[in-house]
Design a binder for this molecule. Structure first.
Ligand code: SAH
Length: 359
């Protein structure tokens, strides 16, 4: 953050907002007016807060800012998937993706400007670590896309953009506290590589969003190959934490499982996955979302999706073993908005669109 930036009002709780605004406001109820103007009305400047007097608006503008991220670029795919590149106050960039699905829209947002987890199949991981986003920057992505938070019933929010949300759990939690006032927690999902301490912390939250875990292999050996984090938090410990994760009625954990041809897509792997979940008591508490890996030149030649028959056979085998299993459709390929293809533009010296790359 640049040192002389004014304090950002986005992402603060009502109590934090009240403390910060106290020296500037004349009446306590101004806090609620500002809070609603920020989120329900989606005010982009204090001038738009017309419930406040002109002098008060001017006073607030002197002291504070509304830290909406700047839209550096926006690319719409043939299937309607839209990829946003946001520039933050210090020049860091993050991406978010909007995936339309009938009347519903899913926002895939970032929690960090980069990622330290170094998963072998992930383009963000390839480019390396970046800083944590603030709660305001997380909420700001949603506001920048949605305009305002009022009347957003058909919005799903997933923390599946850049970064590992459980490495930035304070900010992610604070952002969810704000967003959760307008978006049902049933429609918010935090996706993790499986950081056990973070999962245990989330388990203690009084109000929890959905939890998704990137699994990608049914045994420690292959999982550690694909996801170095597995060396710190191997499957036994991960599964134990998930077994204890409290679930509200009619909610399930999600396991994301990438299908990589020749690596983890054999019938025996489906069997091993079903056994792993059964052995952890998770067969009926979880659903499996199969994701054919999206290849990318930076990932090398091994990251190839299996043919469709293999994908559906894998899904059916899980179903025969009592699991709820679905296959994620590919979206936004033509704007590199597919899963795991998010990179901060400008850090990739070879350009934005995969089709522009010479291999
Ligand atoms: N760090 C968190 C959230 C960001 S990744 C996590 O790991 O869950 C969001 C999802 O995209 C994860 O399931 C991740 O495994 C998946 N993903 C990453 N690279 C991918 C790729 N090349 N193809 C398909 N999915 C990918």
């Amino acid at each position: 953050m640049s040192g002389n930036a004014l304090p950002d009002l986005l992402g603060l709780s009502r109590a934090e907002l009240a403390t910060l605004l106290a020296p500037a406001i004349d009446r306590p109820y101004r806090v609620e007016q500002v809070y609603r103007a920020l989120y329900e009305q989606g005010a982009r400047s204090f001038d738009e807060m017309t419930a406040l007097s002109r002098p008060l608006r001017a006073e607030l503008a002197q002291r504070f800012r509304i830290g909406l991220p700047e839209v550096a670029s926006q690319h719409v795919s043939a299937d309607g998937t839209t990829k946003y590149l946001f520039r933050l106050i210090d020049g860091a960039t993050v991406e978010a993706v909007v995936i339309p699905d009938g009347a519903r829209r899913t926002f895939c947002i970032s929690s960090q400007a980069g990622c330290a987890m170094a998963c072998r199949f992930c383009v963000t991981g390839f480019w390396g670590a970046g800083r944590d986003l603030t709660a305001g920057e997380i909420v700001g992505q949603v506001l920048a896309i949605a305009g305002r938070l009022q009347a957003q019933q058909s919005l799903n929010l997933v923390f599946m953009g850049m970064g590992e949300p459980l490495l930035n759990l304070d900010a992610v939690g604070a952002a969810i506290d704000v967003l959760g006032e307008w978006i049902s927690l049933r429609r918010i999902t935090v996706s993790t590589v499986g950081l056990v301490p973070g999962i245990r912390r989330m388990a203690g939250w009084p109000r929890r969003p959905n939890l998704a875990v990137s699994l990608h292999a049914p045994d420690d050996e292959r999982r550690s190959e694909l996801m170095p984090v597995n060396r710190s938090w191997p499957l036994a410990e991960l599964m134990a934490a998930l077994r204890e994760f409290p679930l509200e009625p009619n909610r399930k954990l999600t396991f994301e499982y990438l299908l990589i041809a020749g690596t983890n897509d054999a019938p025996a792997d489906a069997d091993a996955l079903a056994r792993l979940l059964a052995g952890s008591g998770l067969t009926t508490r979880a659903k499996v979302n199969l994701i054919p890996v999206n290849p990318d030149p930076v990932l090398g030649e091994r990251m190839v999706p299996p043919p469709l028959e293999v994908v559906t056979a894998f899904r059916d085998r899980l179903r025969e073993r009592g699991l709820v299993a679905t296959v994620r459709r590919r979206r936004g390929d033509d704007v590199s908005a597919a899963c795991g293809q998010l990179r901060a533009f400008g850090r990739d010296p070879r350009g934005f669109r995969r089709s522009n790359l010479s291999l």
